[in-house]
Design a protein around this ligand. Structure first.
Ligand code: MG
Length: 377
């Protein structure tokens, strides 16, 4: 079997980047690359085409290395290039699974679970009142989600966006909101809070200490992501579990974070971190230290279902992010019944990714087509 064509599509209104890899045996693979400036163009870059066209798509790991080597002399790359490579890698697994009549989770070692637990990212309340946060939390809980997340982002007008400090008023406000939401939820509904990298260690620790008796699922990205030593300090200083990882690429990006146990939970985004096998490797690395994995995911159903296959196949899965409640494009991008039931996704048993794109939805929400559909060939 040989790869004959690679195409991409940039969607709207969410700028999801879908990848399509075609073969000479009629099997087509679909993947998703983490969106960002130019990612859909990088997917069809001549250097990646040179690494792939004419090659056997089932040699996924070799082609992953070849793509990195073609894009840089050192064979290692991060950022938008790794997002593009991740999307292609995922499509290669879809092809391999179809060729072997096996779902991707089976190719990754078999499954630990039949359903993948989602957590719903609620952002914030409809207004900045305690009542609005509670109303949103109860609405999501009533839909069957057993875990949810809110942001803790004081308005830019209320904070100095450069000094990473948080005012006493904001600390008091967020402790009030989070305590009230926690108390409004059922005991077994988990609550996570995302701090979006805004704070200095000493400031976010004031919040983390105040949260300690609330039994939160985690406090996410408390400080900027790039300084592992500072993250070690935060994670070691509080009983509130610390989660981070959505900004890291490949197992190399996670190595120091995991080896220094700078987080209690890691949150790789498989559509940027290197794809599905790299996601399994990152999860395995974390499992050496008994660290659970809760993947970041703001992608379409394609990234979501691809991540489900990997998270079915690793022991240390905790929960998968879901961002698109009441989004008709998300709900209609795949054929078949709704993916989400009672806050979970059933792991597909069909070969490959095991889902079918709805072409009408895709065409109606297409911003740019770089060979994904054959129209422009
Ligand atoms: Mg986050």
């Amino acid at each position: 079997m040989k790869i004959t064509h690679i195409g991409s599509i940039l969607m709207k209104p969410m700028p999801w980047v879908l990848v399509k890899v075609e073969t000479d045996e009629g099997i087509t693979g679909i993947g998703e690359a983490y969106h960002g400036a130019g990612v859909h163009q990088i997917v069809v870059d001549p250097r990646l085409q040179a690494a792939l066209i004419g090659q056997d798509p089932r040699n996924v790991d070799k082609l992953f290395r070849d793509m990195m080597q073609r894009m840089s002399a050192s064979g290692f790359y991060q950022g938008a290039v790794m997002s593009a490579i991740s999307g292609i890698e995922s499509a290669l697994w879809d092809i391999t699974g179809q060729a072997l009549s096996a779902p991707i989770w089976q190719l990754l070692g078999g499954k630990f679970r039949d359903k993948i637990r989602l957590y719903n990212d609620c952002h914030a309340g409809e207004s900045e009142t305690v009542e609005a946060y509670i109303a949103k939390a109860k609405e999501v809980e009533a839909l069957g989600f057993s875990a949810l997340k809110f942001d803790i982002d004081p308005l830019p007008t209320r904070r100095d966006r450069y000094n990473r400090c948080i005012s006493n008023d904001d600390i008091a406000y967020y402790v009030e909101v989070v305590t009230a939401v926690r108390q409004a939820l059922q005991r077994n509904t988990d609550l996570a809070i995302d701090a979006h990298w805004f704070y200095a260690p000493v400031d976010i620790l004031k919040v983390a200490h105040a949260f300690e008796d609330l039994n939160l699922l985690w406090l996410e990205d408390p400080i900027p992501p790039e300084n592992v030593a500072a993250m070690v300090r935060v994670a070691g200083a509080t009983r509130t579990p610390i989660c981070t990882g959505e900004n890291f690429y490949t197992r190399h990006g996670f190595r120091e974070l995991i080896e220094r146990q700078a987080a209690d939970i890691i949150s790789p985004d498989l559509a940027k971190a290197g794809g599905l096998l790299e996601g399994r490797r990152i999860a395995d690395l974390a499992d050496l230290y008994y660290i659970p994995v809760a993947p970041h995911n703001i992608g379409s159903p394609i990234e979501t279902i691809a991540t489900c296959h990997v998270m079915a196949a690793v022991p240390n899965f905790l929960a998968l992010e879901f961002h698109h409640l009441h989004n008709p494009v998300w709900e209609n991008l795949l054929d078949g019944p709704p993916l989400i039931e009672d806050g979970h996704i059933s792991v597909p048993n069909r070969p490959g990714l095991g889902v079918t794109l709805n072409e009408d939805t895709l065409r109606a929400n297409m911003k740019e087509n770089l060979g994904f559909f054959s129209d422009n060939r």
